[in-house]
Design a protein around this ligand. Structure first.
Ligand SMILES: NC(=O)CC[C@H](N)C(=O)O
Length: 226
């Protein structure tokens, strides 16, 4: 059983994501080019951070038209785990796999720091190794991280427990409801602006991201390499 890390032109956190899964979690993971048209044989797909297509038009707006996207949408519709961090989250909203969108940070600057988060929903396949309302710290690094959606969508997200991570103290980008990460209604697609793959070993300064991958491996029934 395999995890795919999709690489778009301009992705720059694909290696981080791959190594978090391969070297730290010993999962069965492969890179998949955006030019591929199939994810047959894969049990989960990960969209990395970066600057796909240079963030032209809008961050993620061009990547969502690449060859690989129909296969990602198919996996999401089949209920398989689909994860996007930062630019990956932006691509998932542009593809309509997650509601709302990500716009320019309200301070009009690129923010790059570690921020406290609240784990709002520990009942998802990505967060079962955390506790509800647990405080964690993860790095963020983005210019277009301000989550927005209309009031109806925001109400639905809150009512359906689709808000998974919230900025716990300061709001670094102006996201509505302090939203840092959300799932789709079914709970198998997660997008988040923070980078858990940059917090999986003590040498990185924090390991609060490790349990996200451990939760996925435990719940996604993804065979771990011996
Ligand atoms: N670290 C990232 O993935 C950055 C995402 C996007 N390029 C932004 O600046 O918002």
């Amino acid at each position: 059983m395999k995890i795919a890390v999709v690489v778009f032109p301009g992705s720059n956190c694909d290696v981080d994501l791959y190594e978090a899964l391969h070297s730290v979690c010993h999962a069965d993971v492969e890179y998949v080019s955006h030019q591929q048209k199939s994810l047959a044989g894969f049990d989960a797909v990960m969209l990395p951070g970066g600057f796909s297509y240079g963030d032209y038009l809008r961050a993620g707006a061009i990547a969502r038209f690449t060859n690989i996207m129909p296969a990602i949408i198919k996996m999401a519709n089949e209920g398989k785990p689909v994860f996007g961090t930062c630019n990956g989250f932006q691509i998932l909203t542009e593809a309509g796999l997650l509601p709302g969108g990500l716009k320019r940070n309200d301070n009009q600057r690129f923010v790059c720091k570690a921020v406290p988060l609240e784990v709002v929903n520990s009942q998802t396949l990505f967060t079962s190794h955390y506790q509800d309302h647990e405080r964690i710290v993860l790095p963020i690094a983005h210019a277009d991280g301000s989550y927005y959606a209309d009031e109806k969508t925001l109400d639905e997200l809150e009512t359906n427990n689709q808000v998974v991570f919230r900025y716990a103290t300061e709001n670094p980008n102006g996201s509505l409801h302090n939203i840092a990460g959300i799932t789709n209604k079914q709970g198998n697609v997660l997008g988040m602006m923070p980078h858990p793959e940059r917090a999986v070993e003590t040498i990185l300064g924090c390991t609060d991201g490790l349990r996200l991958f451990e939760s996925l491996l435990a719940n996604g029934r993804i065979k771990v390499e011996a």
